[in-house]
Design a protein around this ligand. Structure first.
Ligand code: DGJ
Length: 692
């Protein structure tokens, strides 16, 4: 049994870790434990009430609540802030009962307010095989009047007492996403957040914590994230008592939700995990969970795509695209994606967004002739759209200028010459569903690249029927609703999430999108680092990577291919200009990739040497049965003289024999003696690993 219940105490046991909570003697729902699984249920510490106090620190300031609210004399950040109709802003939740759905591994704990008809349900679902806990919160009220919810986080995680707490997180910007930071926390708060309406290039809700000594393969690591594609916030706080708590969920900046009597609000789901073997195991657990249980289409083969954006930008038409499609098919590409520029009056970024029908000059007979040709060439057809946006110069905007996010009377700030449709509005959602449904029904489209190319400004919703600050959440719910409806009506279409590269990369969108576009930066040496950090958070099967012409004078085609082969391979260069030799080489790497992609996508990934830290880097993918693998090693630039360091493989079965670089040794021998390589600047190798 994975949920062990002993009166009002619960232990959530997973394969190798456990999480315990329970009612303290004074009746508070208290955190007890999160770490390695212990042998007996009564090994876990009992819930306790803090007893130390002084007049400036009452005991409650030390309490480890499972869901702290703004209440009494606790000065740490709470998860829930509410203003009741009479102006009271203390929320005093107390335990009512608990229900365990053992068949679903779900525990639900009901809490209610001491004075008001406010009910909160804390939900926990464990994913034993992956040592992951999914958490979310449901809230409803049965009072007579609406109440204002100004903060409602999905989770708080308490860590055991450690001498030092180190927080790992990512930051970045457009074309420079996913920079990893490891930062020792001092007293006070570290706040990570997005208030851009989307997840953002600038950070990601993912975090990890350790005692400052964990490495890729050693040490305890606690990690988590929240499945949300809108404004998010994470607060890591070390109190004056040296206790660490980390909270995350919907960003409460400018947020307010008017909870009506009888209405139920459910937070996005948070996920937390524990690894006792460093960052590698933390990422592997998340990868396994996401690809096995989470992605909409599960473990289907990822098709090698060609995307025309960097080759033709807006200058697309039926002829140029057919020419590219022929080139792509000859190389072995399986999916041809027509990017921006195909729809009504879209010749640059100043017009067209909103008018989702083929431009009459570029595609006089619609998309059908191109799609037919692509199919004849043996490929699937995919299409770029940016449904959340509108150009002021579009039929849609001329008809519905009030459909965009704006404040009345204020200028509407343009970014990339576009405004954001207010997807919080039902009529906008319904319009998009009908227009996109028509597009997908009338054309044989197998893949959609869903883009989103600006951040918000003037976040107003003048005709909102309730509190306009609900926009922040209703917008994201609207995006999910449109996406979900289209997926239900067109279940076989694969969606890609793109937002000017990696502006919307999170577990919220991965419920709908099997693949994401991590960055607009396709320069292979920069991409190596972006990918390395991306793969700490998400699996390779979600990570699209195109071979383009960026920095081609310096970086050989093979290197560019090898980098892209570490994820879902795509080609994005202007292949019409590639020489015969380059095309032959591309054909070769594409056929090699077809041999290894199932291992790369569904096997285990081992980072052998970091590209972020070293000029010579290496990564190994091995099938989960440890039969076959592939190792990629890269050298970017470093001044001579330099000897290529030995690369030590990992993940091999110790007693089995493997053939690598023409030699046969046992797995343990390979891991001990390593592989000697000789790499010059901007060179790379693909090394097959085969068990004998
Ligand atoms: C941003 C995307 O990241 C690019 O790949 C491309 O689709 C452009 N938008 C098109 O406008």
């Amino acid at each position: 049994m994975s949920i062990i219940i002993d009166k009002n105490s619960w232990v959530l046991e997973m394969d190798s870790c456990a999480y315990a909570l329970g009612l303290s003697p004074n009746g508070y729902l208290t955190h007890r434990y999160w770490g390695p699984r212990l042998q007996h249920a009564d090994d876990y510490p009992l819930p306790k009430d803090p007893d130390e106090e002084d007049s400036f620190n009452l005991p409650e300031n030390r309490r480890l609540l499972e869901y702290p609210t703004a209440e009494g004399a606790d000065y740490r950040d709470p998860c829930l802030c509410i203003r009741f109709q009479d102006g009271v802003r203390d929320v005093r939740l107390r335990f009512v009962d608990a229900e365990a759905e053992q068949d679903k591994d779900i525990l639900k704990i009901h809490l209610t307010d001491l004075s008001y008809e406010l009910h909160v349900i804390l939900c926990y679902q464990i994913h034993s095989r992956y040592d992951l806990i999914e958490r979310w919160v449901e809230i409803y009220q049965e009072g007579m009047k609406p109440i204002d919810v100004s903060r409602i986080f999905s989770s708080i995680w308490h860590l055991p007492d450690l001498e030092t707490y180190r927080l790992s997180y990512t930051s970045g910007k457009w074309a420079d996403e996913m920079k990893m930071h490891h930062e020792i926390l001092g007293p006070g708060k570290k706040v990570l957040a997005s208030r851009r309406l989307i997840t953002g290039h600038n950070g990601n809700p993912w975090f990890a914590l350790d005692d400052g000594t964990a490495t890729e393969y050693t040490g305890k690591v606690w990690f988590g994230t929240v499945a949300w594609s809108g404004n998010w916030k994470t607060i890591a706080e070390i109190s004056e008592n040296q206790m660490l708590q980390i909270l995350s969920g919907i960003n409460d900046w400018d947020f307010n939700w008017q909870l009506q009597p009888g209405e139920r609000f459910t937070t996005p789901h948070a996920i937390g995990g524990f690894s006792s073997e460093g960052f590698h195991e933390a990422s592997q657990k998340m990868h396994d969970y996401v690809r096995e249980e989470y992605l909409p289409h599960g473990k289907i083969t990822r098709k090698i795509l060609y995307n025309s954006w960097e080759a033709t930008t807006f200058d697309v038409d039926v002829h140029s695209q057919i020419a590219l499609a022929k080139n792509a098919a000859e190389m072995g590409v399986e999916l041809f994606v027509l990017d921006d520029g195909w729809f009504n009056r879209r010749n640059d970024d100043r017009a067209g967004l909103g008018d989702w029908w083929p431009d009459e000059k570029k595609f006089p007979e619609g998309l059908t002739p191109l799609i037919d040709e692509v199919k004849k060439l043996g490929m699937d057809f995919g299409l770029w759209i940016e449904p959340e946006m509108v150009n002021p110069d579009s039929d849609l905007y001329r008809l519905h200028p009030d459909w965009v996010i704006h404040f009345p009377g204020l200028d509407r700030t343009l970014a990339r010459n576009q405004l954001i449709l207010n997807l919080a509005k039902n009529e906008v959602q319904e319009y998009l569903i009908s227009v996109l449904d028509k597009l997908l029904s009338e054309n044989d489209i197998r893949f959609i690249k869903w883009d989103m190319n600006r951040n918000v400004s003037e976040p107003g919703w003048p005709d909102a029927s309730g509190d306009a600050r609900e926009l922040w959440v209703r917008y994201t719910m609207g995006v999910y609703h449109v996406w979900q409806t289209l997926r239900q009506r067109h279940p076989n279409i694969i969606f890609q999430s793109c937002s000017g590269g990696g502006g919307r990369v999170d577990l919220g969108i991965m419920k709908y999108a099997d693949q994401v576009w991590p960055s607009d930066n396709t320069e292979a040496s920069a991409r190596l680092c972006i990918q390395e950090n991306y793969l700490q958070l998400f699996p390779a099967a979600t990570m699209e990577s195109w071979v383009t012409d960026q920095n081609e004078a310096v970086i050989p085609l093979a290197f560019r291919f090898h980098v892209s082969m570490c994820g879902v391979l795509g080609i994005g260069g202007n292949i019409a200009n590639w020489s015969d030799t380059e095309r032959e080489e591309a054909k070769h790497w594409i056929s090699e990739y077809k041999k290894y992609r199932e291992i790369i996508h569904w096997g285990d990934r081992y980072l052998l040497r970091s590209a972020v830290e070293y000029a010579v880097s290496a990564v190994l993918y091995i099938s989960q049965d440890q039969q076959n693998g592939v190792l990629f090693a890269f050298r970017t630039y470093c001044a001579e003289p330099v000897e290529t360091p030995t690369i030590y493989p990992r993940g091999l079965a110790a007693n089995q024999l493997y053939e690598i670089v023409g030699q046969i040794k046992s797995g343990s021998a390979w891991e001990e003696v390593g592989i000697r390589l000789s790499l010059s600047n901007f060179s790379s190798v693909l090394i097959p690993i085969n068990r004998i």
